[in-house]
Design a protein around this ligand. Structure first.
Ligand code: ZN
Length: 130
């Protein structure tokens, strides 16, 4: 088991980046679908406005459905943010390093969760303390 190598090869990084970019695109599509679903009325706000303000989106859809859509939407947005962060870390060459302990995140974990910002140990510790 020769993991715990902190440096991912340039090729590996390139692959990860591609994966992240692809996944981000998919999430964007998902987001658009949710939004089109939610605003099937006249006020179809196009994506691209970063100052999203969901609170005043008081459309006639049933509250339950809207709530459900919102929570999915928030999840998707959250993921997109994580992917953006990961892409930024790739640019800054800090990708693959745990933000808490500064150790390398194992490749198996990166494989499974390319936008992971914490090593498995710290991620577990965090989810336990929440
Ligand atoms: Zn850590």
């Amino acid at each position: 088991m020769a993991t715990t190598k902190s440096t991912l090869s340039a090729k590996e990084l390139r692959d990860i980046k591609k994966r992240l970019v692809d996944e981000r695109k998919e999430l964007e599509t998902q987001l658009t679908t949710i939004e089109e679903d939610a605003f099937s009325g006249p006020q179809s706000e196009m994506a691209g406005d970063p100052g999203f303000d969901d609170e005043n989106a008081d459309v006639g859809t049933s509250t339950f459905e809207r709530e459900r859509d919102l929570s999915i939407e928030n999840n998707v947005r959250d993921l997109i943010r994580k992917i953006d962060d990961a892409l930024e870390r790739i640019e800054k060459k800090t990708y693959g390093i745990c933000e808490i302990c500064g150790k390398a995140i194992s490749k198996t974990r990166i494989e499974a969760l390319p936008y992971a910002e914490l090593c498995i140990k710290d991620a577990q510790a965090q989810s336990r303390s929440r």
